[in-house]
Design a protein around this ligand. Structure first.
Ligand code: APR
Length: 232
């Protein structure tokens, strides 16, 4: 089977009712990114940051995967599918995708404030634990913090992601404005001989001279079209 590697962003989950970041009315319009998505913001006001992610986590219980996530999971019948996502929701997994790399962390997990990437203190929350409080501690005695990669922090999964991208026969970019690095730079690791598709309802400026098949549609319609193009 061929390797199909997909890079997804916030637009993948938009039709499930989760806001994107940079579209008008997106999350970064409502919440200043430096307050809720940087280590400095967390140091200044941990309570605000913990509340922000508690709300995002609570929203997970109210949303479900859309047709785009479902079609992607179905593609596993025809391809070795690797999902590399910038999303912190769990909708790819809930739709049935079996191999998901989360570049920017996961809402359903918490970790140590001292050392976010120490796996010994990363913990998966059950739904009834989704509301983290000040005073809830990690195994090393530090405040439990969201297992989220904030701006200015290292992206530990990028190396794993690069290796997968280098093995891609087909690379699909979906629902990302390609503004945030190192994720956006993954396109540079796609072999020259591979096919690249981009699904997004808007025009996305991609920093590459290679030829890209653009499907200018939302995630559900776009993934359905991709399936029919790849499996005709
Ligand atoms: N289907 C597919 N794509 C859509 C849809 C839809 N229904 N609606 C909007 N989009 C597209 C937008 O046109 C845009 O290109 O999704 C993209 C969303 O872009 P961003 O809001 O910038 O989100 P993303 O690229 O995932 O952001 C990357 O930045 O803020 C950080 O860590 C955060 O992971 C995030 C990263």
């Amino acid at each position: 089977m061929k390797n199909l590697v997909i890079l997804s962003g916030a637009g993948m989950s938009a039709e499930s009712g989760i806001s994107t970041f940079r579209d008008a009315g997106g999350l970064w319009d409502k919440y200043p990114v430096e307050q809720v998505a940087t280590p400095e913001g967390y140091q200044r006001n941990p309570e605000l940051v913990i509340r922000f992610y508690n709300e995002r986590r609570k929203q997970l219980l109210e949303v479900k995967p859309n047709l785009g996530h479902e079609v992607l999971a179905e593609l596993e019948k025809y391809f070795n599918v690797i999902v590399i996502t910038q999303n912190v929701d769990n909708l790819h997994e809930r739709a049935g995708s079996s191999h998901v790399v989360h570049l920017h962390g996961e809402l359903t997990k918490v970790c140590s404030s001292y050392d976010p990437n120490n796996g010994d203190y990363v913990k998966e929350l059950k739904a009834e634990e989704y509301e983290v409080k000040i005073g809830d501690l990690a195994g090393d005695g530090s405040q439990l913090r969201p297992f989220i990669v904030w701006f200015g922090e290292a992206v530990p999964e990028i190396e794993t992601a690069m290796r997968y991208v280098e093995s891609a026969d087909i690379f699909v970019i979906i629902g990302t404005s390609m503004n945030v690095y190192p994720a956006a730079g993954l396109l540079n690791y796609v072999p020259r001989s591979s096919e690249v598709y981009l699904i997004d309802p808007k025009e996305v400026l991609v920093n590459s001279s290679r030829s890209i098949h653009v499907i200018q549609k939302g995630a559900s319609e776009g993934m359905t079209e991709l399936l029919s193009r790849l499996c005709k």
